[in-house]
Ligand binder design. Structure first.
Ligand SMILES: C[S@@+](CC[C@H](N)C(=O)[O-])C[C@H]1O[C@@H](n2cnc3c(N)ncnc32)[C@H](O)[C@@H]1O
Length: 234
């Protein structure tokens, strides 16, 4: 399986996330042993230091990162996603929070003027973009000069024994539990395939550099199961 042969057409990805939306939060926390909360909190702690006023959360899904960003920074947060059923859950969670809005839109065509946001975030989303460079160019465009892009993405651990355990876990156990709980076989086979074929660490930093971002950083979390990337618009 190569990056090219994995179907990431927007229609397929949106359909898949719409199908699993009712089970997404539970499975996310269950399959990551709750680490997804910890990783998002670490991103938010780093971003809060900048005192941003306007944040864009791309591929916001059910809105957990957008909500946490709003709670901890008090910034106005806009979440966008292609999957309407994921956004419906996000909107329910954010009821009564005036400075949070959710919009159905695509990372590759953001419906915002140039320089609208101090910070843009993407948690576990970049791996799914149909056109990565186009989406990065859009993120760059909507950030203010000097603005920060913060990305969390799943990666493959590089060292024994975590590397071997992770392989078994992601290619055997995740599809098994994913299918059992969500009844969506394809989505939980897609998950490890999409991690495996997506540019990781230095390779993702090269993608960011190619899109024109500077001051690039990459921090592995939890033995390299996840990486936290930051980049700035010039
Ligand atoms: C694994 S979920 C991550 C959701 C959320 N950020 C989180 O931390 O749980 C990936 C999300 O990316 C969205 N997505 C995938 N491709 C997208 C694109 N091109 N533009 C916007 N959203 C996209 C999917 O619909 C899905 O909700």
């Amino acid at each position: 399986m190569t990056a090219r042969s994995l179907d990431k057409s927007t229609a397929r990805i949106a359909g898949m996330f719409n199908d699993i939306a009712p089970h997404y939060d539970f499975l996310n926390h269950f399959l990551s042993f709750g680490f997804d909360h910890l990783w998002r909190r670490r991103l938010v702690r780093r971003i809060a230091k900048q005192n941003p006023r306007h944040i864009l959360d791309v591929a916001t899904g059910t809105g957990d990162l957008a909500l946490l960003l709003h709670r901890k920074t008090k910034a106005a947060v806009t979440g966008i996603d292609i999957a309407g059923d994921m956004l419906a859950i996000a909107k329910k969670k954010a009821r009564k929070l005036e400075k949070l809005r959710f919009i159905q839109a695509q990372a590759e065509a953001l419906p915002f003027p140039d320089g609208s946001f101090d910070v843009a975030t993407v948690s576990f989303g970049v791996r799914n973009f149909e056109h990565l460079q186009q989406a990065l160019a859009e993120l760059q465009r909507v950030l203010k000069p000097g603005g920060t892009l913060a990305v969390l993405e799943l990666t493959t651990p590089m060292h024994f024994p975590l590397k071997q355990c992770y392989r078994f876990y992601s290619f055997r156990l995740i599809p098994f539990f994913g299918r059992l709980i969500s009844a969506h076989r394809a989505a939980y086979r897609y998950l490890p395939q999409s991690i495996n074929t997506f540019p990781q660490r230095e390779a993702f930093l090269s993608e960011l550099a190619h899109a024109g971002f500077t001051t690039l950083t990459c921090r592995p979390f939890t033995g390299g199961v996840c990486c936290f990337y930051t980049a700035n618009k010039k």
